[in-house]
Design a binder for this molecule. Structure first.
Ligand code: A3P
Length: 300
């Protein structure tokens, strides 16, 4: 096993997972989860924008239920509004349809009951691998027990490039959902963090359509899309008391995470402050090699 934490990663069918949390979660999903055709999943690789997409999806989906002045997202962390399927929550059968759930599981490891046999929908977000790596490296060091030395950037870089990362290799994760989105576009919405940053309103409108709740002309003229974008912005969410101080219990393990670590900088291209030219060259090469012929590209 190799790892970023005290719990080392193991490889299962080509995917690197923590043996306790992630592998157990996956087994539970494969053996016990009962999907419904109306289920909607947010699928992400860690550090690509999970928290943001959770907030946007929750706000878009429930926009007629809640006002913006007393919205649940002002007092509940995004991870609390939209639970992780991989954490095997035991009350799922009692959830009313349609259920909104999230997962880090790669498309290729999902049971057929969630993919080919059902009309479940997936919204996927990906991000430039360089930003994912930097975000992950800094995040893991925040979670690392105080008595352990921080992971160096060199070590983190090497592990990430070799694909050794929670739910990695990253590129395979992205490609799995990318291919599914080409084959079944009505079931898989493929988004990029960079696009969401650039044109949030455009993406939120696409999200609304995909969720089966397109924004009406009246909503658009009333500025509902912009309200959602503002509510879920990094500036707004990261400054809320609940997101600064609450603690998230991760999966069915003992791991807890201070929620504020899910909000660091929220920018595109922060890798420029950390990676050497050589690192950039190497990771860009891996990316072009892996994505060759797929039709998918990341920014520079
Ligand atoms: P950085 O470390 O680059 O700042 P995840 O939610 O998948 O764990 O990803 C976390 C990353 O998304 C972090 O990136 C975090 O700052 C960023 N993020 C969290 N909330 C965001 C928001 N509302 N808007 C933009 N980025 C956000």
């Amino acid at each position: 096993g190799k790892g970023w934490m005290t719990e080392h990663l193991v490889q299962y069918q080509g995917v690197w997972l923590t043996p306790n949390a992630a592998l157990k979660g996956l087994m539970w999903v494969q053996d016990h989860f009962k999907p419904r055709s109306t289920d909607i999943f947010l699928a992400t690789f860690p550090k690509t924008g999970t928290t943001w997409l959770k907030a946007l999806t929750f706000a878009t989906f429930n926009r007629t239920r809640y006002g913006f002045a007393d919205h649940p997202l002002l007092t509940t962390v995004p991870h609390g509004c939209l639970p992780f399927l991989d954490a095997c929550p035991n009350d799922l059968d009692g959830f009313p349809s349609p259920r909104l759930l999230s997962t880090h599981i790669p498309y290729t490891l999902l049971p057929n009951s969630m993919t080919v046999n059902q009309s479940c929908r997936f919204a996927y977000i990906c991000r430039d691998p360089k930003d994912v790596l930097v975000s992950k490296w800094l995040f893991m060091n925040k979670l690392r027990p105080k008595e352990l030395a921080p992971i160096s950037l060199e070590e983190a870089f090497e592990l990430f490039c070799q694909g050794i990362s929670h739910y990695g290799p990253y590129w395979d994760h992205v490609l799995g959902y990318w291919k599914a989105s080409l084959e079944t576009p009505e079931k898989v919405l493929f988004l990029k963090y960079e696009e969401l940053k650039e044109e949030p309103s455009v993406v939120v409108k696409r999200l609304g359509e995909f969720l089966g709740h397109p924004f009406s002309l009246q909503e658009e003229s009333e500025g509902v899309v912009e309200e959602i974008v503002k509510l879920c912005s990094f500036e707004n969410l990261s400054n809320l008391e609940v997101n600064k101080w609450s603690v998230l219990k991760l999966l069915s393990t003992q791991i807890t995470i201070d929620n504020r670590h899910f909000f660091r900088k929220g920018k595109v291209g922060d890798w420029k402050s950390y990676l050497t030219d050589e690192m950039v060259k190497r990771i860009n090469e891996i990316t072009s090699e892996k994505l060759l012929g797929s039709g998918l590209v990341f920014g520079s």
